[in-house]
Design a protein around this ligand. Structure first.
Ligand code: GLC
Length: 442
């Protein structure tokens, strides 16, 4: 198998590593049973049993302009929509299948409208495309690990022509990369067991995608998954390694590094409750405070976060999601400077929160209120040029006083008028201090 250059991965992902925060949208027929996008498989439904959702699908409220405005308001810089999920249903007008949005009551190419609306808001755009397909007759069933018909004796001796499926799958990807303008991301999902890399004719697929979209950023799941990073961690990754690792529902405790210890591009994909596709009975919503702090954690470990919304069957974002997008947005509006273009700090994690860093600006994310002045762990006192509140640009005073003399190697700051007293944190979610450093001493 051919390899690709690490430098190319870093070049392609430059904007991606800068933008840090994106929106994932999982939407399809599964919004109707409202139990998540894996339902067809977990309930072992046949294509016929799943068909009523196709007849029913009628997203009367679908208005991607509203979605795009919300994403923008949240401070997200890119968005990825499920053009096709594992159930095989296509939100786009594929010429290769009838199982598509244009043939439902929706009657429209929902992918095209999504792309137009998000581009109009100045966001970068991407498409998720499932390598699995539980609708296509030539996808493995009986012995497959995930298919709804796995282990079903009716399919034990079924003859399929997997090459025909690959032709279909490659054909659909070609439709997406040739018919919809510039795509910034292609999010393939996913590889498992022997269904990986060359099983998908991955090299050929990547070559084709890059012929039409030379700068597109690819995730790593044409070869890997949330369980396996694939060869992207190697010195010389394969052509299908993709450009970033895709940890799912977990922030890698120490970020993601390659075998040589170099920090790699990665993106946490996470849900706001515990489902990707709309789930009417899942009320386990994470708080906005938590989501903001997790975004900060990703950035402090050199990664991105793509946060999911599962619109309902009518095409609306759930209210709980909208609320969180707005709350995150209010914080991002003031503090986005500590996220965009930022990454791992040269200083170790302080015990009251986290640092992110961009050049000579260190952003202190303060979660725990100090008693008295706040120690800026790890930074030497004479390296600090000035400290301001990122939210409003106001000056933050140095906190050195009679009670800090025992700790001369640690700089202190305080945002109240007297450095000795305790002043409440201006933002209990995450108060961000912008610490401007002097250039490093020669
Ligand atoms: C998974 C799931 C899926 C979801 C995806 C998002 O691998 O199969 O339903 O779309 O992760 O990361």
């Amino acid at each position: 198998m051919r390899t690709q250059k690490k430098e190319d991965i870093f070049r392609r992902t430059e904007w991606f590593r800068n933008d840090r925060f994106g929106l994932f949208i999982h939407w399809g027929l599964y919004a109707i049973p409202a139990a998540g996008e894996w339902m067809m498989s977990t309930e072992r439904m046949t294509v016929e049993e799943y068909a009523p959702y196709f007849d029913q699908f009628d997203p009367v409220d679908f208005d991607p302009k509203t979605w795009a405005k919300l994403a923008k308001e949240a401070g997200m810089r890119y968005a990825v929509l499920t053009a096709k999920h594992h159930d095989g249903f296509c939100l786009f007008d594929s010429k290769l299948t009838d199982f598509k949005a244009t043939n439902t009551k929706a009657g429209r190419d929902l992918v095209r409208e999504f792309l137009d609306a998000f581009r109009a808001e100045g966001l970068k755009v991407g498409l998720y495309y499932s390598l699995l397909d539980w609708h296509h007759p030539d996808f493995p069933k009986y012995a497959d690990a995930k298919h709804p018909m796995r282990g079903n004796p009716a399919y034990r001796d079924e003859k399929i022509d997997f090459d025909r499926y690959l032709e279909y799958m490659h054909g659909q990807v070609k439709e997406l990369v040739t018919g919809y303008g510039k795509l910034d991301i292609m999010w393939f999902d996913f590889s498992y067991e022997n269904m990986t890399g060359e099983t998908w004719k991955g090299e050929q697929l990547v070559d084709m995608v890059r012929t039409y979209q030379p700068d597109i950023v690819l995730d790593n799941r044409l070869e890997g998954s949330s369980e396996y990073n694939g060869s992207i961690a190697w010195d010389e990754p394969y052509v299908c390694s993709g450009d970033f690792a895709s940890p799912e529902q977990i922030i890698p405790p120490e970020g993601v590094r390659d075998d040589a210890g170099r920090a790699l591009p990665w993106e946490l994909c996470a849900t706001m409750n515990n489902h990707w596709g709309y789930c009417s009975f899942d009320h386990t919503w994470k708080s906005s405070e938590m989501l903001i702090r997790k975004l900060v954690e990703c950035v402090s470990k050199g990664g991105n976060m793509i946060l999911n919304v599962g619109p309902d069957a009518k095409g609306n974002f759930p209210e709980e999601s909208v609320k969180r997008l707005r709350e995150i947005g209010a914080w991002m509006k003031k503090n986005g400077g500590s996220i965009y273009g930022c990454g791992i700090s040269e200083f170790p994690k302080p015990e009251w929160g986290r640092y992110t860093q961009k050049g000579n600006h260190v952003y202190a994310h303060v979660y725990e209120e100090p008693l008295g002045a706040l120690p800026l762990y790890g930074i030497s006192p004479d390296r600090i040029r000035r400290v301001t509140m990122l939210a409003d640009g106001s000056q933050v005073n140095r906190g050195e006083a009679w009670n800090t003399v025992l700790f001369p190697h640690i700089p202190f700051v305080n945002w109240g008028e007297d450095p000795v007293f305790t002043w409440p944190l201006p933002d209990r979610t995450d108060t961000v201090l912008d610490i401007e450093l002097k250039e490093k001493p020669e």
